[in-house]
Design a binder for this molecule. Structure first.
Ligand code: ADP
Length: 408
């Protein structure tokens, strides 16, 4: 028996501990049975041995249960007919009390039931592994191992939740497909323009100028896209390094960088901020958040519109809002607006050279700072993007760095 159980344990990997524990318990019970059979004809020494063995059985059962509960994945021990004999805490959390119920009733999965049948009926099959979808008690993708515990009919069922893993794989696949598409479009256009120029359009000055302008616009878009992809990769690869930053000074700096494009778009800027407001954050990353939000407010505003920036120094968090009187966002688009490459207004986004990554970068950065980001918007009236950063230090009215204090 030992060899079979250990063979299963080795193949099973994640259930090694469980199977060895079961083996120990089985052996304790067998020793007890052997001793009980001969006890009637033996001395009181034998009776004492039986009591000792009974205690061993109880102890080993307690250990097995503790081991079962220590396994983070749901584990069910079944008899050959598929009725649950024991379950661990994780299985009980998922399925509720399982003891005495049949596996088909517990999981409502015909596929799992079939795996169990294969393992219990076929003598050469001690283990079945599969990934399957469970619909009960909740929708989830699980990797299932069904393993027979030695020559006894008992069977262990071990489930591993793969839902998040599969979801992330889909996200990654979609992301690669989206990036390829986003790169291919401007590259195809640049190639076509260059080829047409080479085929003779170079000699027609007005056509050549128009084509070259498009080539510059498309390459600018490629540069922005690669910069955004690099920014995403950077924030996904490194832990955030927080230092005390005066948010007000930081915002004033970003504003001064965008002042000329605000003016060129015929927009006015209204700023409502305290003299200083310190928060622990990465200056580069929160600067990127403000830049993305302000660039969007400019891009999606109409001539003569207004952008309002406000900073509120709250008790536990600092609240920043960037509001515009621009085109607004349809309610149906709002839940998806922070997804990568999601564009509510595709034409306007592309025309203004948008990459579709700006808001996903904003969300990523704010959340890795332990903050929140959200938007309120009325279509055709304007949008207000808010973010809140937790305060990890007291903010002061007076900046401790005199020279860095904001200029009025
Ligand atoms: P993009 O590069 O396309 O601007 P973002 O991730 O920054 O990408 O924004 C996603 C989409 O959200 C945009 O395509 C646009 O439709 C919408 N959006 C973002 N900011 C605003 C805003 N201030 N007003 C209206 N729509 C906005």
């Amino acid at each position: 028996m030992n060899t079979t159980v250990l063979a299963v344990a080795t193949a099973c990997g994640l259930s090694t501990v469980l199977l060895i524990a079961c083996l120990v318990q089985q052996e304790a019970i067998q020793r007890l049975r052997r001793a009980t059979r001969t006890a009637a004809s033996r001395s009181s020494d034998q009776q004492r041995e039986i009591m000792q063995l009974q205690e061993d059985v109880v102890r080993s059962r307690t250990r097995v249960n503790a081991l079962l509960d220590a396994i983070p994945d749901p584990v069910l021990l079944l008899d050959g007919g598929g009725t649950c004999l024991a379950s661990n805490q994780s299985a009980r959390r998922l399925f509720g009390p399982a003891e005495g119920r049949r596996i088909i009733e517990i999981t409502q999965s015909a596929v799992l039931n079939n795996m169990l049948r294969i393992v219990s009926e076929q003598t050469d099959q001690v283990q079945e592994d599969r990934e399957l979808m469970l619909q009960h008690p909740t929708n989830m993708t699980v990797s299932v191992t069904v393993a027979r515990l030695g020559p006894s009919d008992d069977i262990a069922v071990i489930l591993q939740d793969r839902t998040e893993l599969r979801r992330l794989e889909t996200v990654r696949r979609d992301f690669v497909a989206n990036v390829s598409h986003e790169l291919r479009t401007p590259l195809t256009s640049v190639k076509a323009m260059a080829e047409t120029l080479m085929d003779g359009a170079l000699h027609d000055e007005s056509v050549a100028k128009r084509f070259l302008k498009t080539i510059v616009t498309d390459t600018d878009r490629l540069v922005r896209l690669t910069a955004d992809l690099l920014a995403l990769s950077r924030i996904e690869s490194y832990e955030v390094e927080k230092v005390p930053v005066d948010l007000v000074a930081l915002i004033r700096d970003i504003m001064s960088r965008l002042r000329s494009s605000i003016k060129a778009s015929g927009l006015t800027l209204d700023v409502r901020m305290p003299r200083a407001c310190f928060v622990d954050c990465s200056e580069d990353e929160i600067g990127q958040v403000m830049l993305n939000l302000l660039e969007n407010a400019i891009k999606y505003s109409l001539d003569g519109g207004k952008i309002t920036i406000s900073v509120e120094d709250g008790q536990e968090e600092v609240l920043v809002a960037v509001a515009d009187t621009g085109i607004g966002i349809l309610q149906q688009d709002i839940p998806r607006i922070f997804e990568r490459f999601y564009r509510a207004d595709k034409a306007r986004s592309r025309a203004s050279g948008g990459t579709g990554l700006g808001l996903s970068i904003v969300k990523h950065i704010v959340e890795r700072h332990g903050g929140r980001v959200w938007v309120e918007s009325v279509y055709n009236h304007g949008s207000c993007f808010h973010f809140a950063l937790p305060k990890e230090m007291e903010s002061t009215d007076e900046s401790p760095f005199g020279s860095m204090a904001p200029k009025a």
